[in-house]
Design a protein around this ligand. Structure first.
Ligand SMILES: [Zn+2]
Length: 106
């Protein structure tokens, strides 16, 4: 199975993000919630769903498994989360990291 694109992952989670009051126009890390550089903001109040999804696809976020492959996690959008580089580095299959991400699961 191949890894879904960031755009696909975002599309899967967008309603979940919206329910939590997150702004689709400003890509951010889903773990630490840190905003990325302003240059990745969409700055387009009337952006279409496609434009928003495309914008997340170009954001410098990394795809991380919620449940690691070694624990049976799959390469599906519902098992993937978008995170900044430092969160991804922190993780590296560590238990501490999994505890941080668990509450965000739907
Ligand atoms: Zn982060």
């Amino acid at each position: 199975m191949t890894m879904p694109t960031k755009a696909k992952i975002f599309e899967h989670w967008m309603d979940w993000l919206d329910k939590r009051g997150f702004d689709w126009g400003e890509p951010y890390c889903w773990a630490c919630k840190r905003d990325l550089d302003d240059k990745y903001d969409l700055n387009k109040p009337n952006a279409t769903r496609e434009e928003i999804i495309k914008n997340w696809g170009r954001a410098p976020l990394q795809r991380c498994h919620i449940i690691a492959r070694q624990f049976g996690g799959e390469d599906t959008p519902d098992n993937l989360f978008l995170m900044c580089m430092s969160c991804h580095d922190l993780r590296r299959e560590s238990c501490r990291y999994r505890q941080r991400v668990e509450p965000y699961k739907h």
